[in-house]
Structure formats: C-alpha cells, structure tokens
Design a protein around this ligand. Structure first.
Ligand code: FES
Ligand SMILES: [Fe+2]
Length: 428
C-alpha cells in the first residue's frame, strides 16, 4: 500500500483523498453561503417585514401616504430598468414603475434595446400583453402596427397612405442607455417628459471604463426582495451620522453573529458646482475607526489599515448608489439600484464589479457584506414615516443640506401625495 508522509505522520492515499474531499466540501459550503450566482440569486432578504399585501402593510402604507410628508414618490432621473440579460433578442418585458407602464424590448437583428410607453398610440393596447418583436420592431397584437426602439412607427399593414411624417402614429420613447460592460439597461424618467438634464452616474462610467480596459470584471448580481419603502430613504442616511453607531454598530457576520463592533467616521459632500461631486450626486466617506471583538479587546486600528479600507458611497439621484472600496488587494465597486414600483415599494438590485486579479470568491464575499450592510437599515426604512420639517436637535447631521439636495429631483408637476389621496383607493 502507498503510504505518504505528511506533517510528520503517515497517511494512506485513501486518507489523503478523504481529507481532500472533506476540505473541498467545506470550501463549497462556505462559497455557497456567500456567493450570489450571476443574475439575481437566492438571497431574498426578509427582515421582520409586515407581509406584503397584508392588512398591516396596507394600513402602514396608507398612514405613510396620508401624512403627505414624504417627498413625492417618483424623483426625476436615470433608473436601471432591467439587466441586459433579462431582455434577450426578441423578448418583450413589461415594467410597471414610477406610476407608468413601460415595455422594454430588443430587436432580433440589431440587438438594440428600447424603452417605450406600453400603450399603443392607435387604440391604446398594452404592448406588453401580446406584443411581439418582429425584426427589430415591436408589433402591437391588435392591428399589427410596428414601432422601432425609438418609438417610430415602421409599419401599418393595412394603411395605404405614407404616415412616416406623422408623429401621432409614433409611441412615446424614453431615452435609453444600455451598457454592455455594466450589463444593465438604464432610462431617463422625468415627470414632465423633459430630456435628460444630467449624465448617468459618473461612478458607473468609471466602472464601465475599467471593465472595457480589462482592469475590472463583473462578478455577481442579485435582487433583494422588494424594499417596502420610499426611494429617498437610503440617500437620507447620508446625513444621519448617528445611525452608523446604532444600526451599523456591528459588522455583518454570518448567522448574524454580533462579533465585531465598529466605530465609523462619516463625512458627506453634497454635490455643488465647482466640487468634484456633480450637483446631482453626493459622496459619503466612511472610515472605520475602532473595532471591538466580543465587546472587549478594544483597539484602535492603526492608521495604515484605516486608510486602506475607506468606503466611498457615491449616490446619484436618490436611486443609484455606487459603493467604491479600494484596498491593498485591489478595487471593488458595487451598484445598488432602486426602481420605484410603487410609492413604498422599490425593486432593489445590486451588481458587483472587482479588479480582475481579485478572485471571484473574495469579491463575492464583499458583495455579501455590502448586501448585509444595506440589509441592516431595512427594518427602519420599511416601517418608518417621514417627519417634515424634521424635528432636529444640535448634534444631528447635515439634514438641511440633504433636504436642499433632494429637492432638485422634483418639479411642481411631480406626482404628489394629494394626487394619490384623490384616488378612491390607496391600492395603487
Ligand atoms: S391598438 Fe395597437 S395597432 Fe391598434
Ligand atoms: Fe445605513
């Protein structure tokens, strides 16, 4: 029998194989725990939620809407409407969001994705219900009118007159931007249908550049269970310095283990002309100060460590959040996007990108960690109302600056709570 000498002991080949198999299984279990498979995996966080559609949830949302104190539910700006992979060639996807109906579709030949209003301009048929992609156009199921990704009418099969100069046969299109590097489709929403007033998140363009040059790669993507909250909540935390010492006092650990307590040092810059942060974005800088393990063993991190794990949270509009973490191992980026499906319901997704040299496993570990950190806020976000004006005291963070910042995403025509209240029912 073959006998090997390893770490001062003799092992048979069978023993070595058994231990190797065991190590492999343990590795796989750990990897499974932390890994989000590509395109919306399995972590559907639910934390003490009032069940969706339950009486309690409806009542809570009614109280929140009736208070009328939240900012309007649908801010203007760029939204991620879908993953590119969710809309393969020839597919039509219906999206109900921002109080409107959209269809996203992709041409069979040119592969171009378009976002258009879901209702056919002819007699109002919903193109997402029965509409098909024919060539590069979407075809209405009712009288077979066809529209391209720019919403232009390309065919009316029974009409002998040339209608190409007539706008009334076109369907409304939304300015769409698809990034193959980010694997995402974005579109511009404005309550008055104005054209884009700013460019898509500069942090996203940076990731795009890094993926294109081969420095970074897309690592994983996930979709949370819908977040039952107003879209502005995550960005409002930029002003709430104190909450870092309550909801984020423990670093996320597997099995919610309360192991490592952290002191965070936070500062925020709200975008303004002449700063590195454009007017419609803001930058939160988060630096870890002290770590306490099991509540004892208090130590302050040496500054070279503190300086090597600074997280920047770069938010554009209240709905596009880019986490930037630069470490000695390399750089990580995560895009957390919200799309308001209802006033208090956000489709929330996250995509992780990391330097190519970083192993997938490490990058996905950080992905998990960011998801968990966002998850720490959910219990508050999903059950709170808004107090306007905020009832602040000395020591609260820069809420006044935040309040000014968020205003730029609304106009007088933004869909208001009064409009909701005027409806018979609050079941939007
Ligand atoms: S309603 Fe769409 S073609 Fe007539
Ligand atoms: Fe938070």
């Amino acid at each position: 029998m073959v006998v090997l000498e390893v770490i001062g002991r003799e092992w048979t080949l069978v023993q070595v194989a058994a231990y190797a198999a065991l190590a492999y299984v343990v590795y796989k279990v750990v990897e499974w725990y932390f890994t989000c498979p590509e395109v919306y995996g399995r972590h559907g966080f639910k934390q003490n939620l009032y069940e969706e559609n339950s009486y309690k949830r409806r009542q809570l949302d009614k109280l929140r809407a009736e208070s009328g104190e939240f900012p309007p539910p649908y801010p203007n700006g760029w939204y991620k409407i879908a993953e590119s992979a969710e809309v393969p060639k020839g597919k039509v996807v219906t999206v109900s969001a921002l109080g409107r109906e959209f269809v996203v579709f992709r041409g069979k030949e040119d592969g171009v994705a378009g976002v258009i209003d879901a209702f056919c301009p002819h007699l109002g048929t919903h193109l997402g219900h029965g509409g098909q992609v024919v060539g590069n156009n979407i075809q209405c199921p009712y009288h077979l009118w066809e529209f391209n990704s720019d919403g232009e009418n390309k065919n009316i099969p029974y009409c002998k007159k040339d209608m190409s100069g007539s706008k009334r046969v076109n369907v409304k299109k939304f300015t769409t931007y698809e990034s193959p590097e980010l694997g995402s489709i974005f579109f511009w929403y404005h309550c008055e249908d104005k054209e884009p007033e700013w460019e898509l998140h500069p942090g996203l363009s940076e990731i795009e550049k890094d993926v294109k040059s081969g420095k970074m790669r897309r690592v994983s993507a996930n979709r949370w269970s819908d977040m039952m909250m107003h879209v502005f909540e995550a960005s409002q935390n930029s002003a709430d310095y104190f909450h870092f010492s309550t909801v984020h006092q423990y670093l996320p650990m597997p099995f919610n283990l309360k192991l490592v307590k952290a002191d965070h040092i936070i500062s925020t810059i709200y975008g303004a002309e002449g700063t590195e942060v454009t007017k419609e974005s803001m930058m939160i800088r988060e630096r870890l100060d002290r770590l306490r393990v099991f509540g004892w063993n208090i130590f302050t991190l040496p500054s070279f460590i503190k300086d090597s794990i600074i997280t920047y949270v770069h938010i554009q509009g209240p709905n596009n959040v880019v986490f930037k973490v630069d470490t000695i191992l390399g750089s990580f980026r995560a895009h957390y996007a919200m799309l308001p499906l209802e006033p208090f319901r956000q489709k929330a997704t996250i995509v992780m990108y990391a330097d190519r040299k970083i192993p997938f496993f490490v990058a996905r570990l950080l992905h998990w960690w960011i998801e968990e950190t966002v998850g720490q806020d959910r219990q508050v976000w999903e059950h709170k109302k808004h107090v306007a004006p905020r009832n602040l005291v000395v020591g609260d963070g820069p809420f006044a600056q935040y309040g000014k910042w968020i205003e730029q995403f609304y106009t007088e025509k933004s869909y208001s709570w009064n409009q909701f209240r005027a409806r018979d029912s609050l079941e939007w």
